[in-house]
Ligand binder design. Structure first.
Ligand SMILES: [Zn+2]
Length: 272
C-alpha cells in the first residue's frame, strides 16, 4: 500500500449547510505520517477517532475547544481517492455543503492531482466479525478477501423504498460510483430542522428531496442515489479509523453515530 498526498494546494468555496455562511477551505499537501488534519486558526484537529463525534445529521471533529462540522463528504473524497496525508485549512466551523455530494471535492483534487509518498504500513487484519447496533439498525465488519461495503436503507416513501448496494473500491472507482451521490431528505423533515436552527444553507441545489410519493427535484444521478450516498457517508466516517484491512462492512439503516461506533469497535479489535 502506498501513502499519498495532494500534489499542490487547492481552494474550494461554498456555503455551510447548517450555518448557511460562506466558507472557504484550502486543501494542502502534508508530510507522510501526518494523516488528514483540519487547521482552524492555531488549532490542529486530526480527522481521527480521538476527535470524532458522530452527531445527529453529520460528523463533527472537536479538539481543544475547536470544532469542525459536516466533515464526512470531504473525508470520503480524501479516503476514496487514497489521500492519507492532507492539511485542510478552514475559516469557520463547518465545511461547505457544495452540491450535497463528494463530487466537487473530487473535481478540485483532480485539478492538482496526487503524489505517492512511499510505502505505508498495512493495517493489521480483522480476525473475527464485529457488530454495533441500535434498535433494528446495525453496522458489521467481517473478515474478507478484499475491502467492500454493502448498505441497506428502508424508507416508508415510494421515492426511496428499500435499496441495497454493494461497492468494491477495487472494481468501481470512487469518483464515478460513489462521489456523485447527493444527500437526500424527506420534505417533511425540513421544517422541523429549520425550526431547530439547522440546515440554514440547505436547498434543492444541495440535496435531493422527496415527499411521500416522489422526488421534488429530479433527475437523480443514479436510481439508487440515496443508498450510494449512505455508502459515501460510511466511507467518510470509517476513514477516521485510518486505512481499513480487507473487510466487508455491511450497514443497515445506520447513521453517522453508528458508523463512528463501528470505527471505534474496529480500532480496539485491530490493536489486539
Ligand atoms: Zn452525507
Amino acid at each position: 500500500m502506498m501513502a499519498r498526498t495532494l500534489a499542490a494546494p487547492v481552494t474550494v468555496a461554498g456555503t455551510s449547510l447548517h450555518g448557511g455562511q460562506p466558507v472557504t477551505v484550502t486543501l494542502e499537501p502534508a508530510p507522510a505520517g501526518q494523516g488528514r488534519v483540519f487547521r482552524q486558526g492555531e488549532t490542529w484537529i486530526p480527522a481521527d477517532l480521538t476527535a470524532a463525534l458522530g452527531a445527529r445529521l453529520s460528523t463533527e471533529l472537536s479538539q481543544g475547544g475547536a470544532t469542525v462540522r459536516t466533515v464526512e463528504h470531504l473525508l470520503a473524497a480524501l479516503a476514496g481517492l487514497g489521500i492519507d496525508n492532507a492539511t485542510v485549512t478552514i475559516e469557520g466551523d463547518e465545511l461547505p455543503i457544495l452540491d450535497g455530494s463528494a463530487r466537487p471535492w473530487v473535481v478540485a483534487i483532480a485539478q492538482v492531482g496526487t503524489v505517492v509518498q512511499g510505502e505505508r504500513q498495512p493495517p493489521p487484519p480483522l480476525r473475527e466479525p464485529v457488530t454495533v447496533q441500535q434498535g433494528d439498525s446495525f453496522v458489521s465488519a467481517v473478515p474478507s478477501d478484499r475491502l467492500q461495503f454493502t448498505y441497506g436503507i428502508d424508507f416508508p416513501t415510494a421515492a426511496i423504498g428499500r435499496q441495497w448496494r454493494t461497492w468494491c473500491p477495487d472494481t468501481e472507482p470512487f469518483a464515478e460510483a460513489i462521489a456523485p451521490a447527493r444527500t437526500f431528505t424527506l420534505q417533511k423533515f425540513i421544517e422541523p430542522l429549520r425550526a431547530a436552527g439547522l440546515i440554514a444553507g440547505g436547498s434543492l441545489e444541495n440535496a435531493i428531496v422527496c415527499d411521500d410519493e416522489q422526488w421534488l427535484n429530479p433527475p437523480l444521478r443514479f436510481a439508487d442515489e440515496p443508498c450510494r450516498h449512505k455508502l459515501l457517508d460510511l466511507v467518510g466516517d470509517l476513514s477516521l479509523l485510518g486505512p481499513l484491512p480487507p473487510v466487508h462492512v455491511v450497514a443497515y439503516k445506520a447513521s453517522h453515530v453508528l458508523h463512528v461506533e463501528l470505527a471505534r469497535a474496529l480500532a480496539t479489535r485491530l490493536q489486539t
